[in-house]
Design a protein around this ligand. Structure first.
Ligand code: UGA
Length: 317
């Protein structure tokens, strides 16, 4: 199968590309190698790795260039699109909301329009657990209201889901939105907690803890997130569907630090900082729908995931 991945040079996108290529698919990746939040050098390194596969093509380009995208979909004979390109980062979106709206909403519109014009209908969209906001109940179910986002990032992801819905309704697109829950693992974005904490603890540098350490996340190992994306492709069919893709359990930040301390055999130095604007207090995924309909089963515990991260570090460093 020939698939397009937008944002394929990034953390989750590059893992997805690798899995698709290993399974014999042809992968076209569009990524503008943006330097927002972290160095494009990390993205280039991901592309280099993927370039070892003959069935991989990288195109440096912006998803907002709709005409180029349409042409690309036609020229390459793409059969499905994974749309992962986005400005990520909950807290950063509070500082620069315009960027997030421009790329996450207008960029998504461009992808949908390019697909419509190219006659392509199958889309898998990487949405976010943040769309649930500070919901009153956990775990979150897909049927829960997601209309009180507490950051521009979350609002942009929810808006993109709704935009996608309108393309399903108007043009019969087959759309699967995966609400991914705080994904971590090798090649993780450097500003995210797990990666940042591991590196700081290893270097015996202090870590900054936002709030009291009692924020809960349903951390998801990247291979499990990729499993969810792959299963969404396998099961894609008529309609518009939304699934939670989360790890096995929700865990608080203090516990995450303890696990890192155990595995690295080092003690952390913690600097307490105020709770950050836009941060959700507690995420927890009810994954029963994904289990039932996609046969998605998270396989990697937090301990195992952090161990795998450490193993990867010893290989790349
Ligand atoms: O699941 C999601 O929807 C979102 O998950 C992550 O967002 P977040 O949950 O904020 O992930 P981290 O940046 O790893 O933060 C996890 C927790 O650690 C805290 N944190 C983070 C960084 C830091 O230096 N210190 C710190 O205490 C945060 O406040 C938060 O409570 C991703 O960054 C989003 O792109 C994604 O959409």
């Amino acid at each position: 199968m020939v698939v397009l991945i937008t944002g394929g040079a990034g953390f989750i996108g590059s893992h997805l590309a690798e899995r698709l290529l290993r399974q014999g698919n042809t992968v076209v990746c569009v990524d503008n190698l943006d330097d927002y939040l972290y160095s494009p050098a990390l993205k280039r390194a991901n592309i280099e790795l993927l370039s070892e596969y003959p069935a991989f093509t990288f195109i440096e380009g912006d998803i907002r260039n709709q005409e180029a995208l349409r042409q690309l979909l036609l020229d390459r004979g793409c059969e499905a699109v994974f749309h992962l390109a986005a400005y990520a980062g909950v807290r950063a979106s509070v500082q620069e909301p315009e960027k997030f709206m421009e790329v996450n909403i207008n960029g998504t519109l461009s992808v949908l329009e390019a697909m419509r014009e190219a006659g392509l209908r199958t889309l898998i969209f990487a949405s976010s657990s943040s769309v649930y906001g500070n919901a009153a109940h956990v775990p979150f179910k897909e049927t829960d209201a997601a209309d009180q986002p507490i950051s521009p990032y979350a609002a942009s992801k929810r808006a993109a889901e709704l935009l996608a819905y309108s393309y399903y309704s108007l043009y019969g697109f087959q759309i699967t939105c995966l609400r991914l829950f705080t994904v971590y693992g090798p090649r993780q974005r450097p500003e995210m907690a797990i990666r940042k904490f591991i590196h700081r603890i290893l270097e015996e540098e202090p870590i900054e803890l936002y709030g009291n350490g009692l924020t809960f996340r349903n951390y998801t190992y990247v291979a499990d997130a990729v499993q969810g994306l792959m299963k969404a492709l396998e099961h894609s069919g008529e309609g518009f569907r939304v699934y939670n893709i989360g790890g096995a359990k929700s865990i608080c930040l203090k516990e995450v630090i303890e696990v890192i301390e155990q595995i690295t055999n080092k003690k952390s130095k913690i600097i307490y900082r105020p709770e950050q604007a836009g941060d959700v207090r507690h995420t927890a995924a009810d994954i029963s729908k994904a289990k039932k309909e996609l046969e998605y089963v998270p396989e990697v515990t937090l301990e195992e995931g952090i161990q795998r991260y450490m193993k990867w570090l010893t290989v790349v460093c």
